[in-house]
Design a protein around this ligand. Sequence first.
Ligand SMILES: Cc1ncc(COP(=O)(O)O)c(C=O)c1O
Length: 385
Amino acid sequence: MIFAKEVGESLTYKFAQAAADMRAHGREIISLGLGEPDFKTPQYILDATTAAMNEGFTHYSATQGLPEFRELIAKDMNTRFGAEYKAADIVVTPGIKPAVFFALCALLEPGDEVVLFSPYYVSYPAMVKLAEPQAKIVNVALDAGFRLDPEKLRAAVNPKTKCILFNNPNNPTGKVFSREEIDLLVSLAVENDAWIISDEVYEKLVYSGGTQIGIASYPEIRDRLIVTNGFSKSHAMTGWRLGFAIGAHNAIVKINKLQQHVNTNTCTFIQKGACAVYTHEPDHIAPYVDELEKRIDYFHAEINALPYMKAVKPEAGFFCFADISASGKDSNSFCADLLQTTGIASTPGIAFGPEWDSYVRFSFAVPMATLERAAGLLKAYDPRT
Ligand SMILES: Cc1ncc(COP(=O)(O)O)c(C=O)c1O
């Protein structure tokens, strides 16, 4: 391996693995580390996929993905955002991660700058490094309310910026960017001829009263926009490995070449089964979001009642990013101690950016009873002693 391409292990998996090892030795573990919905994949998708297997969708598909699946994705995006995407503007990938990685591989050249907003999704810096070791990451830290500081953003985006990569709603904060924030982002990208890669995996999981603004609704950026999305979180399909990149045709052509040489195609019967996502009423989503909102209302209140932790309330998704500075511990020591003392697995804030070493991420994609148990243990725990 070329040294410049060496990347660290994912800290989300480090603590999840430590927790799994402790569980294997008989310890009760409350897993609030990984972001994996506890819900079941909707039955209509299971049925459609089983049918697809029986109907013989067990061979290669077109490398970009099954045409009927891509037609449905394009239609959905065009209806919602007034865009004019075609099936040819999409590559279906095994999960969202490869879609983001291939997008970076397609765009980046040595010396390019990539703007990330910190806290960022844990894999983005590693993906940039692997896609183009000589690209420079420019980190824009969000403020304590997880808002974008317009001055910091203006200072970061310049003609050397090849792309701005972010996820909205955000993991780990649960923050949804406002219209003003997206307006500014788009106008700076347009002014500087920069691309935007917008990872919108949590778009369907916005709590009541909130709205996520899909960036594909801005026509002025569409010729330098790649949206990545998928079904892992909204349809509880993490293990299926299904996602896609949709965007400017010249970038999609390059992404398809990467797909041809790396994956060939995404599992054919899974693509066929997932057509049901678009042809069936998405009636599981509203109850799922209601349940997540109930959990975060509860868990957020419990966290804020603790003397050593406080958190901004998430607006979407299933993570809470809590400030632990009052504990006196850095995020790795806090997570290690919390795991040893209480059996609660969490993720250290440092995984999401150098500025967040006094934060910890909790996932509340677990049943309410598990959260109640966790809240009881957190109440009895005091990292300051
Ligand atoms: C922002 C973001 N993007 C991508 C992913 C990965 O999605 P997938 O499992 O579909 O590759 C995650 C999962 O945690 C995520 O939070």
